[in-house]
Design a protein around this ligand. Sequence first.
Ligand SMILES: C[S@@+](CC[C@H](N)C(=O)[O-])C[C@H]1O[C@@H](n2cnc3c(N)ncnc32)[C@H](O)[C@@H]1O
Length: 255
Amino acid sequence: MCAWEQVDPRPGWGYARAMSETRHKSGAPWRNFYGRFKAKGLRGSQQAYLDEDLPHLSSGPVDWEENPDRTPLDLAALFGERDVWLEVGFGGGEHLVHQAEANPDVGLIGCEPFINGVAMLLGKLRQSDATNVRVHPGDARDLFDVLPDGSISKAFLLYPDPWPKARHHRRRFVTPEHLEPLHRVLKPGAEFRVATDIPDYVRQTLEEVPKAGFDWLAERPGDWREPWDDWLSTRYEQKALREGRVPHYLTFRRV
Ligand SMILES: C[S@@+](CC[C@H](N)C(=O)[O-])C[C@H]1O[C@@H](n2cnc3c(N)ncnc32)[C@H](O)[C@@H]1O
């Protein structure tokens, strides 16, 4: 079950709901996060991936406890002179690994707070030759704080949590709280891809993303009905297709 399907998020289920307008002891702002950090228990092998692989695949000090001054990450130390791409909410990591394998001359940062998903990514990376992936196992907003301005050449937001109820639309990623810092960390001219199967998410994306300083690049219906040439269908997309929902592929350029 996904976070937005849950009617009664309760502490102890891995849900965190924080008050706004105040701060943690570490200095971190309280940021409402309604998703899941963890679901069922991890298999022994998955716990081993987290313990053994995550430290050396880390994107660097992102959390407030380890980086209270919010010192920008040293991306050159991670990737040298390579372009850096970002995938927000990579789920099980299949698309991230696919892009990393197809683009060895690029560095990729994946960000995902759901630790079971992070473990799945690490399992896939063990089976892959890709060495150009780094991981932030947490909220994209904390990562945005410490990414240098104009440092990311391409960003992917693939099947973000849909939050279908009208009163929950402000929890969606396509809101100024996320789009403004995303705009800041993207290079001018950078591509921003959004995939969603929810018509009302398309509506909100087409309203909010241009307002945040992006051009929508579609010129004909095929541009949003057909996937990108280098697309790999994600787990969530497969579920949407099985349930009869229609994918939309929206491509923006940061102005
Ligand atoms: C519907 S799932 C889609 C996963 C994957 N992209 C796919 O297509 O299969 C949305 C994902 O976004 C993640 N997510 C939600 N809020 C996030 C945030 N603030 N920062 C990063 N990821 C987030 C969730 O944990 C979840 O894994």
